[in-house]
Design a protein around this ligand. Structure first.
Ligand SMILES: [Zn+2]
Length: 256
């Protein structure tokens, strides 16, 4: 079993630490800030093996330079984005072996938030950066709605029990939007209660399970009649594809 922990950074980012079974070997996902990473490594005497980068935004990459200087480790990241110190450019592929301590990884191209965004699937855990959020999804900051919709559909078809590790603690705000879209969805109401309880105790609301996202995340529910109706009400006309519903929801959420 991998041990996965959240290292908080900035106001609402999480830098994920993936630790190999029975070892101190460590993968670090999206180190936007080196300081909390180094602090956690030293406290726990961990051994960094590689950096895994999902996309080029600075809150995911600004810690790379200092971590490379200190630990001299490879940097995996999307091949079509400008990532500092990138040593292993990646796009969709299966069974990448990083290190004998870790299970093989699968890389998924998930453009939309940015145009070269990738996600890492490792032992049933998906590190998806700013593509799918708990109860929401990333903004369009380089890619298109068509791309992001297709990327979310790709994720939606992974096994139901996949754990979703996104990069931001946006869940409470996302759930308020989800409730506005589907005021009669009891699973959204329950998730609001569960999430509020976790946050009140100072715990991350992440990871979530894909099954929970399929039941409560409006951006994965573009074929549900209530979601279609709400999106049509927002846009003021009928929407005849799930991509059109998604595009309308994304616009609505931008100003919510
Ligand atoms: Zn981003």
């Amino acid at each position: 079993m991998l041990t996965i922990q959240a290292v908080p950074a900035f106001d609402d980012n999480y830098i994920w630490f993936i630790q190999a079974p029975d070892s101190k070997n460590l993968l670090i996902v999206d180190p936007g800030d080196a300081k909390p990473v180094i602090q956690a490594i030293e406290q726990q005497q961990l051994k960094p093996i590689a950096l895994l980068i999902t996309h080029h935004h600075s809150d995911h990459t600004a810690g790379i330079a200092e971590l490379i200087r200190r630990y001299d480790i490879p940097v995996y990241g999307p091949k079509s984005e400008a990532i500092p110190y990138l040593s292993h450019p990646l796009s969709t592929c299966e069974n990448i072996d990083l290190n004998s301590a870790f299970p093989a990884m699968t890389i998924l191209d998930v453009p939309g938030h940015t145009k070269g965004h990738i996600a890492y699937l490792i032992d049933g855990n998906l590190f998806c950066g700013d593509t799918l959020f708990a109860a929401g999804c990333g903004r369009l900051l380089g890619g298109t709605a068509t791309q992001l919709h297709a990327s979310l559909q790709l994720i939606a078809h992974l096994p139901d029990q996949t754990s979703i590790f996104c990069t931001h603690e946006y869940t409470q705000a996302n759930l308020r939007f989800a409730e506005a879209v589907e005021p009669n969805n009891a699973k959204i109401k329950q998730r609001i209660i569960d999430t509020d309880n976790l946050r009140r105790e100072g715990k991350p609301s992440l990871p979530s399970l894909l099954i929970t996202e399929l039941q409560t995340n409006p951006f994965l529910r573009c074929q549900q009649p209530d979601v279609i109706q709400a999106a049509e009400h927002f846009s003021g006309h009928s929407l005849n594809s799930s991509e059109a519903v998604f595009t309308s929801l994304r616009l609505w959420k931008d100003d919510f």
